[in-house]
Ligand binder design. Structure first.
Ligand code: FE
Length: 391
């Protein structure tokens, strides 16, 4: 038996936030990140709409980028005190991911974080609350996915949590919120979305219901990301929808080792984080070369769908990889980890351990090519120095 799960409702387009006025509930907790949703007036609007629907509201704010286990526990505690029947998470991937995990600990306070590391083993949610997600960036698609990434800072590791129970009930895609993204964030999140769609399409778990969503997302990103990066409003809206389609695909088809590498390198180096989308964008061309060794036909399908078909599947995959190199350059994304600023000595010291962790990441199992720690170390080394992958 196979499964394809999405939120029950997706509201999108102009005035999509107005649906909040019609939602049922008595107490809504709004989970939000830093100040930008407040500054741009969206937080006030969301709270006003929920109150217009007759709900009491409370705000849980300051969820940090790459939310920690501690923040999740604090949020769950706030929920246990306030007892919301509606959780409304607003912002980039972080507050929505954090709120998904808070939801589990709110409904099941006795749960240990470690229990959630086993994918698709969560307890049954929705006994206390339903979940509404409103993304402010166009990339993670966490508003429609079964995933949440929580960081254990003590260990320097990002944990991707996965279970269809945390797929939100309602997603609201309000393009005016995504219009506020600065250019670098637009670039990183856009390439994250492209990586989701490509990894979902070539995944071992790809399916008849996920393939069309992945292909349409890839076509839309290639068409609209450049203009969106330059700030074009109509292109921003198209990217907001494209990243959501990519999310629908990868939530059900899962991902691959680009994400394994990004998860295990994002918080691994002492000089600071590598933003998730930026890490994916750096690794994607190297991983296409690696995976094309046994999934060239799937990459060729993608190349064909975006007008890059070559004389053979291998050539098509190659042209797709070149196109991604071009997009990265246009978007100001470095070509290598070295260029990004990862110190060479620290990289060499840590790469073997990171490779082992990356192979063990939840996203590795669905990658089209089986990956050993040795191959992973070679891949990371290629991505550090910009060497072509030929193994
Ligand atoms: Fe991602």
């Amino acid at each position: 038996m196979l499964r394809f799960t999405l939120p029950r409702d997706i509201y999108y387009g102009e005035n999509a936030l107005d649906v909040l006025k019609t939602l049922k509930g008595s107490r809504a907790i709004v989970v939000v990140g830093g100040g930008s949703m407040k500054r741009f007036g969206f937080l006030g609007k969301i709270v006003a709409h929920l109150e217009a629907a007759g709900m009491r509201t409370e705000i849980f704010e300051n969820v940090e980028p790459d939310p920690s286990v501690e923040t999740v526990m604090r949020g769950a505690e706030a929920m246990r005190k306030f007892e919301p029947d509606l959780i409304v998470a607003v912002g980039g991937g972080s507050p929505i991911d954090a709120a998904k995990a808070m939801w589990v600990f709110y409904e099941y306070p006795e749960t240990q974080f470690e229990q959630l590391l086993k994918p698709f083993s969560f307890p049954e949610l929705r006994r206390k609350a339903r979940f509404v997600a409103i993304p402010s960036t166009s990339g993670t698609a966490t508003e429609v996915t079964a995933f949440s990434v929580i960081t254990d800072y003590a260990k320097g590791v990002k944990y991707p949590l996965a279970d269809y129970n945390i797929t939100p009930d309602v997603a609201i895609l309000a393009p005016e919120i995504a219009e506020t993204m600065p250019p670098a964030l637009t670039a990183h999140t856009g390439m994250d979305a492209l990586t989701h769609a490509i990894e979902a399409y070539v995944s071992r778990m790809h399916a008849p219901f996920t393939d069309p969503l992945a292909i349409k997302a890839i076509q839309t990103v290639f068409e609209y990301l450049p203009a969106s990066y330059r700030g074009d409003k109509a292109a921003r809206a198209q990217m907001h929808y494209a990243q959501c389609m990519a999310g629908m695909a990868f939530s059900n088809a899962l991902l691959g080792i680009v994400h394994s590498m990004a998860h295990k390198t994002g918080a691994a180096f002492s000089f600071g984080h590598i933003p998730h989308g930026c890490a994916n964008a750096i690794y994607l061309p190297y991983v296409i070369d690696y995976n094309a060794k046994n999934a060239a036909g799937r990459f060729a399908d993608i190349a064909k769908a975006v007008g890059l078909a070559g004389a053979s599947d291998a050539e098509s995959a190659d042209r797709l990889r070149e196109k991604i190199d071009e997009y990265n350059a246009m978007l100001g994304i470095p070509k290598t980890l070295g260029e990004f600023g990862v110190p060479e000595a620290e990289f060499k010291e840590k790469v073997a351990n990171i490779a082992t962790l990356a192979v063990g990441d939840a996203c590795t199992g669905s990658n089209p090519r089986r990956t050993s720690p040795e191959d992973m170390e070679k891949l990371l080394t290629c991505a550090y120095y910009g060497t072509r992958v030929d193994f």
